[in-house]
Design a protein around this ligand. Sequence first.
Ligand code: DC
Length: 233
Amino acid sequence: MTRTYNIAIDGPAGAGKSTIARAIAARLGFVYVDTGAMYRAMGLYFDRRGIPMDDEEKIRGACPEIEISIRYRDGIQRVLLNGEDVSDQIRTEEVGHLASACSVYACVRQKLLNLQKQLAATSDVVMDGRDIGTCVLPDAQTKIYLTASAGVRAGRRQKELEEKGQFRSLEELTKEILDRDERDMNREIAPLVQAPDAVYLDTSDMAVEEVVEAVIAEAKKRGLKDPGDKMPL
Ligand code: DC
């Protein structure tokens, strides 16, 4: 009997979590689980239904109508909202804000918690989000708190958007990132905080490969034998 090996990566918007988590998963042969995408799909649903994000009662009422599931196509996570693949539509700044706004509600978080726990129990995963090391996978063998200065994060976001043909000013993006940090870090339920047993990594001056190496080195210190090896129970 073996236990799966779980790497939890938490941090604020634009810290590079998904780039790093995806690269680590590829190196180790782990499954990458992007939990932000699940919250984004929930936000998209409420928005399509015309439910304002400050209307908790309507959000609570709509939660039972929503079914979020995950598929992997060519090793890439796809998010299904009531059976519809919304993976591409959720990758906008606007949907990121909708996700942040609806993620403050218990009914929204509860909806996704079991799915996230179940994925980590059945596969070796690198899971990223805001509450992975603190709430979703408190027993994850390796926990990382990944961050970077707001200016660096806004610059990275600007570049990402530019590659998709969307042009935004650095000032605007920095403000949006700070607003999102404020809400994600100060909400009542499962706020973004560094878990006491997480390693703090400021990636402002680090290259992607350096960060990947640092996380894998930490995982080895915490019992990861060889890429793909499982921990004995
Ligand atoms: O990582 P992201 O930008 O895709 O996440 C979008 C929002 O979803 C984020 O601002 C807050 C919420 N979220 C959360 O509350 N808990 C998670 N584990 C992941 C995301």
